[in-house]
Design a protein around this ligand. Structure first.
Ligand code: FAD
Length: 468
């Protein structure tokens, strides 16, 4: 744990915060809800960090002392003002689906749940730019956009459960990254409305450049209350499952397809031993996808791609196993077998699985087979097609059998030595879960918007290290 964590709040500080919120509630007609103890407090203090056996012992049992649920901008300002005046730490929460303990309060204090702040404010007809409040669920936003023929460009596979601000502050990419790259790529975030953590909190309207340091900063340097995003024309994506008996052909298909003119929204490749652990897309029985008998390519493809795509796959020895439009489909959607949902389903099968995340070196095949040879059935390949700095690349989120911290560190070292670019999912601060380097702009934004360092303490290493 970082050694500069603030002390937990005293009973007097918490009572003063509650009294302030009550007073401000009279003025603003506040509907703030408070949770002081019990299972609800424990639930709202955690996220999905248990996918990491490294994070589990570090983060289990770290609880908020008070959870406040806000549904209006003025309420967020009231909470920020009260925490600032009392010098109590404040950790922000959307839906709590993060995997690295991003919204776990390391030092107690207050957790602010923003899931009630969830209105779509505006969809600009001429540009398709949407302004939406922080706590709106991504799937709800997509539903509202579809009325105007628009859709989100990027979404995590937790699209049904995650909030828009949680995705910006805690996520990186996912469904759509094949076409649109990652959230931090210029063009994927147009602006933010941010509340500062000060005695008199300011409400700032930040443009794309000013928003950049708050993008993927785990809520350490500003409270996002609204987000401006570009949207894309809505497509009725076709869900396709193509099976291959040979890994090399499946890998070739995954490398080749993103380089064609076919419009694809997601491309996920599972080696057979992973595919066999997945539940049936579309549900069990009639209409659902049959059990895997080979390596599987999962695709979301535009309807006009099908004729050509299926010929290309057949040329490589791929067989179409299952197909259904995404719209109106019942049961498990294909997108919930991709990205970290693959790990979720594998862990439901066997909780000894954990995972890594990396960008693969090119060519990919020698890297994949060298690691496979060395680690055998303890390392199972799950690849995702992505666009990285304008180039089509393959990322991997392999399943890794947990054999202890030493063995994991050995595997990580090997990935690094062999040219993989690792994003360690077993670290809880912004920098160590990314490229390991401090982003000075993120630290400057914290100085400007959270001068006392009260937001999500312990999660921005650059802040801890710059303090005297
Ligand atoms: C099965 C599974 C699959 C996943 N797949 C993906 C994927 O494909 N891509 C991906 O990027 N991630 C993925 N994730 C991680 C996570 O689901 C996403 O990043 C998601 O977008 C987080 O949204 P949330 O609302 O749950 O945020 P939370 O977990 O509540 O918060 C995430 C971070 O954002 C901060 N935050 C929340 N709200 C605000 C706010 N209003 N202002 C400032 N900071 C705020 C929190 O403090 C925290 O640091 C996956 C997780 C699971 C469990």
């Amino acid at each position: 744990m970082p050694d500069d964590l603030p002390a937990a709040a005293t009973a007097a500080q918490l009572a003063a915060i509650e009294a302030e919120l009550k007073r401000s509630g009279g003025a603003t007609g506040s509907g703030l809800k408070l949770v002081r103890n019990g299972p609800e407090l424990a639930r709202l203090s955690r996220d999905c960090f248990d996918y990491s056996p490294v994070l589990q012992p570090l983060l289990s049992g770290r609880l908020a002392q008070l959870v406040v649920r806000a549904s209006r901008l003025e309420e967020v300002q009231a909470v920020a003002a009260a925490c600032s005046r009392q010098g109590v730490s404040l950790t922000l929460r959307g839906s709590g689906t993060g995997n690295y303990g991003q919204c776990v309060p390391l030092a107690g204090g207050v957790v602010l749940d923003l899931s009630g702040l969830n209105r779509m404010r505006q969809l600009e007809a001429s540009s398709g730019i949407v302004t939406v409040e922080a706590g709106c669920l991504l799937a709800d936003l997509d539903r509202q956009l579809s009325v105007s023929g628009r859709s989100l460009r990027l979404a995590p596979s937790t699209w049904r459960s995650a909030t828009v601000a949680g995705f910006i502050a805690g996520g990186s990419g996912g469904i759509g990254s094949l076409r649109w790259g990652f959230l931090r790529d210029p063009g994927n975030l147009i602006g933010l409305e941010v509340v500062t953590l000060e005695a008199e909190p300011r409400v700032l309207q930040l443009d794309a450049k000013a928003s950049r340091p708050i993008n993927h900063a785990y809520g350490t340097n500003g409270i996002i209350t609204a987000v401006r995003l570009p949207t894309a024309a809505a497509v009725n994506w076709q869900q396709l499952v193509v099976e291959f008996s040979h890994w090399d052909s499946a890998l070739e298909a995954a490398r080749m397809l993103p380089g064609t003119a076919l419009m694809l929204h997601t491309l996920c490749l599972l080696e057979e031993a992973v595919a066999r652990q997945m539940p049936a897309i579309g549900g069990q029985g009639a209409g659902g996808c049959p059990v895997a008998r080979g390596h599987r390519l999962l695709l979301l493809a535009a309807p006009d791609t099908l004729e050509i795509l299926l010929h290309l796959m057949a040329d490589l020895g791929g067989t179409l196993i299952w197909q259904a439009p995404e719209q109106g489909q019942r049961g498990l959607p294909l997108r919930e077998l991709c990205w970290n949902h693959t790990t979720l389903h594998a862990r439901a099968h066997d909780p000894a699985w954990t995972y890594l995340q990396m960008l693969l070196p090119q060519p990919e095949a020698p890297f994949l087979s060298a690691l496979k040879q060395r680690w055998g059935e303890d390392l199972l390949w799950h690849l995702e097609g992505v666009r990285q700095q304008g180039c089509q690349r393959l990322a991997a989120i392999p399943l890794v059998r947990w054999r202890g911290a030493e063995s994991l560190a050995e595997l990580i070292a090997e990935v690094n030595q062999s040219g993989g670019l690792l994003f360690n999912p077993h670290a809880f601060n912004v920098e160590d879960g990314g490229l390991g380097v401090i982003d000075a702009d993120q630290v400057s934004a914290k100085r400007a918007y959270d001068p006392a360092g009260l937001l999500n303490p312990g999660k921005l290493r650059g802040w801890s290290e710059q303090k005297p």
